[in-house]
Design a protein around this ligand. Structure first.
Ligand SMILES: Nc1ncnc2c1ncn2[C@@H]1O[C@H](COP(=O)(O)OP(=O)(O)OP(=O)(O)O)[C@@H](O)[C@H]1O
Length: 487
């Protein structure tokens, strides 16, 4: 039977024409380009390879095949690699294989295995494309992937950018592995993005494209699979038979709106002609998302909102990364020196005599029985307190906004900030002043200020605490740059 007469052969031919038309009309891959085809060994990317191989002479492309072995499924993973290698050899194409320790990366970064696998795979594909000199990586994502992603994101929570879904053609993101490295202008293209999975299956069957089934695709423990096998068939059969048209259209509309907001944000970042706070909420979020991505970090809604609503506050994102935003809308990673400004504190147990060093301040103390308020002659950096009023456990830390203190001679506690002003302590010096808190929770000593009124020696004092300090370093914790300092 000829291709024209055999409906299956005709369908396969139609797919080839359809993909060629996509490639041409959307300008996905230029003629005479080097194209790296990312092939997992699954049906979709094996069909993609087959199609591109057939189209290559027409477009005069030079193809190569890249496969990343995630080493997560033992022998099955090796068999995937072998199959892809075999097919590349059959087509006489260069073959690049990569592998990496997905589990180790997931542990190290506290990512899911899926995230770690994706990051390592992308990193490998980008490096391979760069080394081989290809500006394009072709991926086998198709229309069902796009629909599944839509519902996956809705269920997990997302915004306009998320609903936009995957694009036909997009610049490769910076890999999470090397966010600092400027990404070369590698493009990711998805020539099958409007082709249903069933069409690809039919093509594979007809053309006898070999592929391997990933058994995890059937597991209903995985949300994406439940969407594929349960939710989508139900929606399509019982609620909206036109789902495959309405959802892509919605994605396109929302995506275009998100792109407009993103453009506004990009322009504002280049020329911030409006105060950040006066930008529309959507643009504020886009500004922060853009910057977080540039810093190599996933902009989650919570992270973005914390930064948006609280300029100057350090926001944690994962175990190691902290971000700050200044009032002008600029985000930066808090460098380790600024982490040092976490409210660090140390508890001291006051034995009869002892010494301790905290953040470069060396303290020594002695408690002696005494009668009355006899106070030895004044010496710099030595104070005397009623040891029983102080108690046996004291807490050491640096000044925090909101601290109150009642120094000798003052009728009631005052804001420490005002006391610093009165004493002429310059603002940048204030955070470096160490203070000590008595067992009852009251501050009894602030470096450089008069001792606490409630802890002074009185005629009733029975134990006297001698408290002396010297500094190893002139400074306490490092300062935040002024534009990032907390209000
Ligand atoms: N291990 C891999 N090595 C190379 N490319 C891969 C690999 N896994 C996925 N890709 C690329 O990313 C695309 C999308 O990945 P996804 O995980 O959705 O696909 P898959 O279901 O594993 O495989 P396929 O799309 O080939 O059926 C694939 O079509 C392929 O182009």
């Amino acid at each position: 039977m000829t291709a024209a007469a055999d409906p299956n052969a005709r369908a396969a031919q139609q797919l080839l024409h359809h993909v060629a038309a996509n490639l041409r009309s959307l300008g996905l891959i230029e003629p005479r380009q080097k194209v790296l085809v990312a092939v997992s060994g699954g049906c979709d990317s094996m069909v993609l390879l087959d199609l591109l191989h057939r189209l290559a002479p027409r477009f005069e492309w030079a193809l190569a095949v890249a496969h990343f072995n995630h080493q997560l499924r033992g022998e099955a993973a090796d068999a995937d690699e072998a199959l892809v290698r075999q097919q590349a050899t059959r087509f006489q194409l260069p073959f690049f294989a990569g592998r990496g320790d997905v589990r180790a990366l997931a542990r190290q970064r506290r990512w899911s295995l899926e995230m770690a696998a994706r990051a390592l795979r992308l990193d490998f594909l980008l490096r391979t494309a760069r080394d081989w000199g290809s500006p394009v990586i072709a991926l086998g994502h198709h229309a069902d992937d796009q629909l599944e992603l839509f519902f996956l994101r809705i269920l997990r929570g997302t915004g306009g950018e998320g609903l936009e879904g995957m694009r036909w053609k997009s610049p490769a993101p910076q890999t999470p592995m090397s966010p600092a490295e400027p990404s070369p202008t590698t493009l990711l293209v998805r020539p099958l993005l409007d082709v249903p999975r069933a069409t690809l299956r039919a093509y594979a069957a007809l053309r006898q494209v070999p592929f391997r089934e990933d058994t995890s695709n059937r597991s209903t423990d995985i949300l994406r699979n439940r969407i594929r096998h349960e939710l989508l068939p139900l929606l399509e059969s019982a609620y909206q038979p036109g789902l495959r048209h309405t959802i892509p259209r919605l994605m396109e509309i929302v995506g275009a709106e998100a792109a407009a907001v993103r453009l506004w944000a990009e322009r504002w970042l280049a020329t911030p002609d409006t105060p950040f706070d006066q930008l529309p909420e959507a643009v504020q979020r886009a500004v922060l998302r853009l910057q977080l991505r540039q810093l190599g970090h996933e902009p989650t809604f919570e992270l973005v909102e914390q930064l948006r609503l609280h300029p100057g506050r350090r926001v944690t994102a994962g175990p190691h990364t902290w971000f700050l935003r200044n009032p002008q809308g600029r985000v930066q990673v808090a460098p380790p020196t600024q982490l040092a400004f976490q409210p660090r504190q140390a508890a001291l147990k006051l034995t009869r005599a002892g010494h301790a060093t905290f953040e470069g301040v060396h303290l020594s103390w002695r408690i002696t029985p005494t009668r009355g308020d006899r106070r030895p002659p004044h010496k710099p950096r030595v104070e005397y307190f009623d040891a029983d009023a102080v108690g046996r456990i004291v807490l050491l830390r640096f000044w925090q906004p909101g601290d109150r203190f009642q120094p000798l001679g003052l009728p009631r506690p005052a804001k420490l900030q005002d006391l610093f002003t009165e004493a002429g302590v310059p603002p940048d010096e204030r955070r470096r002043r160490l203070l000590a808190i008595a067992s009852n929770g009251t501050i009894f000593w602030v470096e450089g200020l008069r001792p606490g009124e409630a802890f002074k020696l009185t005629p009733n004092t029975r134990h006297r605490l001698r408290w002396a300090w010297t500094r190893e370093t002139p400074a306490g914790p490092p300062e935040l740059p002024p534009e990032l300092a907390e209000p």
